[in-house]
Design a binder for this molecule. Structure first.
Ligand SMILES: [Zn+2]
Length: 387
């Protein structure tokens, strides 16, 4: 049902915004955090647990699902929502970042990206059009365009050339998207006719390139826009500056998605600069290594000092892990490589992120976001706590 995508701002507090994103598979309250389920699964966490943790939208990856099990297979099963058993909203990343991480295995041309599979060395070519087709078949509610991702630090000249290519690719991606909307295309099953497409603002750390990118993408016209190419090695202050400069270049009345960021305090700071949507592997990846978040900062459950600690990870956390289990038990699980350790820690970290966003939305609604922000930073340390 084309037109099912809509965004309504519900409150503003400084530059922070709260809103409601409508998709064909349900609504998302923003600012929102999207747990990352690259291959259609958030590692160690079932879809039911994600729902209980308060996730309203999840992220999956086009590149990985294209290679395995393949977009044809998923389209035959009725699309990604049915295949993975997640009835709510889904966003798929284009896979640009994953493709460009292949290094010597990838060759970029005007046409697209040619690469060898990291699974079996088989040869593939992904063009901007092909990535749109694959996402049409997968059927997420939000599809991201293919963009070129540069490794940081990149020179201004290299960033400018890459941006021009990414903008030509964006134009082609939108043309293909509109072609699929207008009528059937041979060999492409449209699994979700209400799908929205987001453009991605690139331009590295160079303000005038970010301006050029945002203006060109808005001229093409997408349902909304993301900020890409950050959290790739630049300093936190630089990332905040680029977000502060770029967010106001995007439309007021559509959601702004900051890709692949970050630590809990980054989320607070980027909401303060006008961001509405986030994704990051950090809460689940760190959890599998025993690192869990508390309002005071991260702790590592493998640490010997937790061997006889009867307290939960966080006394104030509403998650099932904290209601039921002690740090001593969780440490025991990690020491013995029991997979429940990673699961229980992942549940806690996801609830920590999702609950932080819930409290942010509440504070924006009450007009007390600045107070929330100060209280959050007064306690939270980015570096792991040693006591
Ligand atoms: Zn917890």
């Amino acid at each position: 049902m084309p037109g099912a995508f809509a965004f309504t701002l519900t409150a503003r507090d400084g530059k922070a915004r709260s809103g409601r994103l409508q998709t064909p598979h349900g609504d998302v309250e923003t600012p929102a955090f999207m747990p990352v389920g690259t291959r259609g699964a958030v590692r160690g966490v079932t879809q039911r647990t994600l729902e209980e943790a308060g996730a309203s939208i999840v992220l999956a990856n086009t590149y990985h699902l294209y290679l395995r099990p393949g977009d044809d297979l998923i389209a035959e099963r009725g699309g990604l929502h049915r295949f993975i058993g997640w009835p709510g909203p889904i966003l798929t990343d284009s896979g640009g970042y994953q493709i460009f991480s292949l290094g010597p295995l990838v060759k970029i041309s005007e046409a697209g990206a040619r690469f060898q599979s990291h699974h079996d060395g088989s040869r593939h070519e992904l063009t901007p059009e092909r990535v749109v087709d694959i996402q049409a078949q997968l059927g997420p509610d939000i599809a991201m365009v293919l963009d070129e991702c540069l490794a940081a630090p990149a020179s201004e000249a290299a960033t400018a050339a890459s941006l021009d290519l990414t903008l030509r690719w964006a134009r082609r991606a939108r043309d293909r998207f509109e072609q699929l909307r207008a009528g059937p295309v041979d060999g492409v099953t449209v699994s979700n006719p209400g799908q929205a497409q987001f453009g991605i603002v690139q331009g590295g750390i160079y303000p005038h390139l970010r301006e050029k990118s945002a203006a060109a993408l808005r001229a093409i016209g997408f349902e909304s826009y993301a900020i890409g190419g950050l959290s790739v090695g630049e300093s936190v202050e630089t990332m905040y500056d680029v977000v502060a400069h770029t967010a106001p270049l995007l439309p007021e009345d559509t959601p702004r998605y900051l890709m692949g960021t970050g630590m809990p305090d980054d989320l607070v700071e980027c909401v303060a600069r006008g961001i509405d949507m986030f994704d990051c592997v950090l809460p689940t990846r760190n959890a599998r290594n025993g690192q869990v978040f508390t309002p005071d900062g991260p702790i590592n459950l493998r640490n010997a000092r937790f061997a006889r600690d009867d307290r939960p990870i966080d006394e104030t956390c509403p998650c099932d892990t904290c209601r039921r289990h002690s740090r001593a038990y969780l440490r025991h699980l990690f020491q013995n490589r029991e997979m429940n350790g990673g699961t229980l820690a992942s549940v806690h970290n996801l609830v920590f992120y999702l609950d932080t966003l819930r409290r942010i939305r509440q504070a924006i609604g009450f007009g007390s976001f600045e107070q929330f922000r100060q209280d959050f930073h007064r306690r939270f340390s980015r570096t792991p706590l040693s006591s």
